[in-house]
Design a protein around this ligand. Structure first.
Ligand code: UDP
Length: 235
């Protein structure tokens, strides 16, 4: 395997499958199988999961809700997704721990870096919930932050698109895919990979990002073994 320790970022929306809202159990179990495949290869897997399938702070604020309140609701949504993913992984026979940035002792451990690393070394998948624990951030920022903290080799951003394109391929048919791209070129060309806080944090800490299609089963293993199927953002 090319990467020994990975941070997998899954968006909340990805969990919806073909639904308009919530969690598709079929999609969830497909993800669990994919994650199991890489764990079986001895890869250490940490996961940050989004909450957009349930609630986004910005959406709340646009309906007149206090932004901070909305963001906390969004963070709680990521914990719901984390619990769902944890249960799907355990059903698949994968050992897991859920750690949250906001303490919820009855359902998850608090985030403690050393403890997270210890779990990874023991072959447990660690899911990080509640984002960074702070409003005005996103789970992309949480993913980069946690990846740096646990010294992951790479961030794998699993999406429904198979890489970074010159334009949105779902809207523009003439868009072409980059095999690889530098952080600088992403910024120069104004491409959207992650929000700017997350992206800058990754660049400053020289942490590569690979964007790939997580909805094709087997892709995660391919990426981790070094196959160039997505787009890699490098220095
Ligand atoms: N959120 C937050 N701080 C964080 C992470 C998330 O306030 O550190 C909130 C924010 O409201 C966000 C929501 O949680 O909209 C869900 O996260 P995100 O939008 O990143 O989920 P995704 O788009 O990946 O599903």
């Amino acid at each position: 395997m090319k990467y020994k320790r990975i941070l997998l970022k899954l968006s909340g929306e990805a969990l919806m499958g073909d639904r308009q809202y919530g969690i598709d159990p079929h999609r969830l179990s497909e993800y669990a199988q994919d994650i199991k495949q890489v764990v079986e290869q001895g890869v250490e897997v940490a996961i940050v999961i989004g909450g957009g399938n349930i609630f986004r702070g910005v959406a709340g604020a646009s309906n007149g809700m206090d932004r901070v309140q909305g963001d906390y609701m969004g963070m709680l949504a990521t914990v719901i997704n984390g619990l769902a993913l944890q249960s799907a992984l355990e059903d698949a026979g994968v050992y897991t721990r859920l750690q949250t940035a906001i303490k919820m002792e009855a359902i998850a451990e608090p985030f403690i870096k050393r403890r997270a690393v210890r779990h990874l070394e023991k072959g447990r998948v660690v899911i990080f919930g509640a984002g960074t624990g702070n409003p005005f951030f996103t789970t992309d920022s949480a993913a980069v932050l946690r990846a740096i903290e646990i010294e992951a080799d790479v961030i794998l951003k699993g999406t429904r698109v198979d890489g970074i394109y010159t334009a949105d391929p779902e809207k523009d048919k003439s868009a072409t895919k980059f095999e690889a791209i530098t952080f600088e070129d992403v910024l120069k060309k104004g491409l959207k990979v992650m929000d700017s806080t997350a992206f800058t944090l990754s660049q400053e800490n020289e942490l590569p990002i690979i964007v790939f299609d997580m909805n094709k089963q087997g892709n995660l293993l391919k990426v981790v073994s070094g196959e160039n199927i997505g787009t890699k953002v490098n220095l």
